[in-house]
Design a binder for this molecule. Structure first.
Ligand code: COS
Length: 382
């Protein structure tokens, strides 16, 4: 459901002020401490950010995909670590439940997810199953009224604070590939679950990823999400939406970097004039802006199609592929425009340069998106 235009615009206006006045001044501190302060998390909960995509009946804002993307464009204008705090609740951690959950499952978990009381994680990736996610080895073997989970998951965003995992596990070991995989709603406090320490990463400090191990974890049958053997398709459809969301984030970060470059190029003088007067600088700004506009249009087109009930396999992959590669190029040019200052921590440009690198990898690498785009294009005959 879409907000009416006025309410939507007011919400975005409030968010823009929150990002500019509250979050941006904290960026360096968050990166240094590798955590978002609890007070900020509370404020993001109060704004309703954890429940952007959760149906109103369960306490969320129930935004259309287009409105969600408009919100995420704004969140991109600060450190991606802030978005990551609530990103799993809005995206990959909750959407399996929203799309495939039973009424009982939704009533049990969605209200807490909408407020942020319950943080969620999406547990698909494993040491031996990254891009080839249909190869998951974690087992979920039916034993009486429970599935017994054994195995491990890797690089799971927000696992350290999650109350609920959506876990993809092989419930039929005789079936290779996606058809043997089911999805499960797994409360993180079940006996036999261990969450590893946060990984040290190249960027996005403040956002944390962990391994999870399952050692004879008994998950009641009623926690299966979707049918037996439907887990891979659940994951793929969750990722279709997630990819649009990440593409929107890439656009937001690019727009932030462009604004920073325009401001800096207007102030910094060389050879007796502001950098902005040099056509070689203008050329870089023109390329950055054109690419960011193209990515924004691609994201909104995909979002509108999803809102209209159409499948977005191609659109989501194309938006994620283009936007994540685009923001890499934009960040690289931003370092160039800032020159030495772009390489020095105080200006924040080198931090964003490192932050954006993961966009080409998580929720499907650029190479996975290329495969999806090519398959869909060939399926459609062009
Ligand atoms: N929506 C609905 N169904 C989908 C789907 C989608 N987006 N994508 C695939 N499927 C279905 C297929 O239609 C197929 O169904 P049938 O068996 O009934 O024909 C089934 O799922 C298997 O699909 P496919 O043959 O395409 O699977 P592959 O093993 O070839 O995998 C890729 C395809 C590589 C695209 C997939 O594994 C992928 O996206 N990997 C990356 C995962 C990822 O993003 N990981 C990041 C970590 S999570 S943050």
């Amino acid at each position: 459901m879409a907000l009416d235009a006025e309410t939507r615009d007011q919400f975005i206006d409030t968010l823009r002020r929150f990002v500019t006045e509250r979050l941006r001044p904290l960026e360096a501190q968050v990166a240094e401490a590798d955590r978002v302060p609890d007070g900020v998390i509370e404020e993001m909960r109060d704004l309703g950010l954890y429940g952007l995509s959760i149906p109103e009946a369960y306490g969320g804002l129930d935004l259309s995909m287009e409105d969600e993307c408009l919100v995420i464009f704004e969140m991109g204008r600060t450190s991606p670590a802030f978005r990551s705090e609530f990103g799993t609740n809005v995206g990959i951690g909750s959407q399996g439940l929203v799309m495939f959950g039973t009424d009982e499952q939704k009533a049990r978990w969605l209200p807490g997810i909408a407020t942020g009381e319950t943080v969620t994680s999406f547990a698909l990736t494993e040491p031996e199953a990254g891009s080839d996610s249909a190869a998951v080895q974690t087992r979920a073997i039916l034993d009486g009224a429970d599935y017994v989970l054994n195995g491990s998951k890797r690089f799971i965003t927000n696992a350290g604070k999650a109350g609920l995992f959506t876990v993809m596990a092989r419930s039929n070991p005789d079936v290779k590939g996606g058809g043997g995989v089911s999805a499960f709603l797994v409360p993180s406090d079940l006996p036999g679950i261990t969450v590893g320490k946060p990984e040290k990463k190249m960027g996005q400090h403040g956002a944390q990823i962990h391994d999870i191990t399952f050692d004879n974890v008994r998950v009641p049958v009623e926690n299966r999400l979707g049918g037996e053997g439907e887990g891979f398709k659940v994951a793929m459809q969750v990722l279709d939406k997630g990819r649009l969301h990440i593409a929107a984030l890439c656009v937001g970060v690019a727009e932030r970097l462009i604004a920073d470059c325009v401001a800096y190029a207007g102030e910094r003088k060389q050879f007796g004039q502001a950098l902005s007067g040099f056509q070689l600088i203008q050329g870089m700004i023109a390329d950055m802006k054109t690419e960011a506009m193209a990515a924004r249009a691609l994201v909104l087109e995909g979002a509108r199609k999803r809102d209209a009930g159409q499948t977005i396999v191609l659109e989501a992959a194309a938006a994620k592929y283009f936007a994540s590669e685009m923001v890499g190029r934009v960040a690289d040019k931003a370092v160039q425009i800032f020159g030495g200052a772009g390489y020095v921590a105080d200006y924040g440009i080198e931090r964003l340069y490192r932050d954006v690198r993961i966009f080409r990898i998580y929720e499907g690498t650029s190479q996975v998106q290329q495969i999806v785009i090519a398959r869909e294009t060939m399926k459609r005959g062009g």
